[in-house]
Design a protein around this ligand. Sequence first.
Ligand SMILES: Cc1cc2nc3c(=O)[nH]c(=O)nc-3n(C[C@H](O)[C@H](O)[C@H](O)COP(=O)(O)OP(=O)(O)OC[C@H]3O[C@@H](n4cnc5c(N)ncnc54)[C@H](O)[C@@H]3O)c2cc1C
Length: 306
Amino acid sequence: MTPIYYIQFEDKNIDEGNSISTLAGIKNNFSGKKEAIVFSNHANEVKNKYAQSGIKTTIYQNNHYELIDFADVLSKLKELFVNKKEYLVVLDNDNLGDSFGSRLAALLGTVFVADAQKFSEDNQVIVDKNIGETQAFRRIPLEKKAIITIACNGVLKKENSEINIIDWKIKNKENSTYIPEENSTNDLAYAKIIVAGGKGLGSAESFKPLKKLSGKLNASVGASKAVTDQGWVNSKRMIGISNLTVSPDVYYAFGISGAVQHTIGMNKSKCIVAVNTDKSAPIFKLADYGIVGDANLVIEQLNNLL
Ligand SMILES: Cc1cc2nc3c(=O)[nH]c(=O)nc-3n(C[C@H](O)[C@H](O)[C@H](O)COP(=O)(O)OP(=O)(O)OC[C@H]3O[C@@H](n4cnc5c(N)ncnc54)[C@H](O)[C@@H]3O)c2cc1C
């Protein structure tokens, strides 16, 4: 049975309820091995909080830990999971969970499912996920290695837990280039114009001019999975089979190759404009208008013109 690891981050404003009720939800759904992994700068308070969850808890404590230390926490998480043959990593479905989940999936080369609604086990772990903003569900059977974010609650039956506290050293103090989410995804689901960026834009920095363009066009910013996996953009902005389906009047695809997993989420757009340096990129088969060229340059020109 796939072992489940619930990852949590606890700073000095320890939230009394949330993660414990998530643990209860996990406990009530799965009979197999479960463990909580908590990153904290307040190990003793965290120890008290998790003491009666009945789930083995390992606290990685570092007094200098801050949530901004993405690179450090991620490299620690990679170290913990890279050699495991089977795991389901569960994170809360908030901005932090999505950011860490998508980045960890990129580092480990595993599947990432954001915003799952339910999960269950039937020989393998199955997650249910809303289709767009609707009440319909898509059922996704997971591989032996997967990372998900989920809101999963339960009522805790108190039992003593094994708690281990491990000191770890932060090596890297560089801040991440991650651009935090500002709006909800509702703007994307209902947007009339979407400017979407792909890996061809080259960096998180390139999303700043794209964001500027979105302001000028009154558009929403979307992204491909290759981008959200890198942590350049929040995974809630991912368009395609793993997240949102959109159908705006105009969809600009900047530096997006046009993989079917992406296009399935945007091929109902009324007008598609693609910019790609590769004239044989599959996105051009769908596009109403195409520009073969550097997307960053086109975005810059549009920002200058508008
Ligand atoms: C189970 C599964 C689910 C998936 N779900 C999704 C999903 O929901 N959404 C999704 O998007 N993907 C999804 N994928 C991933 C998908 O298969 C592609 O890998 C992904 O869409 C590629 O993103 P991309 O086009 O940004 O990157 P790439 O494929 O790397 O393409 C980058 C493109 O940019 C072009 N380029 C390079 N430099 C420039 C430049 N300067 N200017 C313009 N163009 C440039 C290149 O020619 C290339 O065409 C999924 C994959 C799997 C296996």
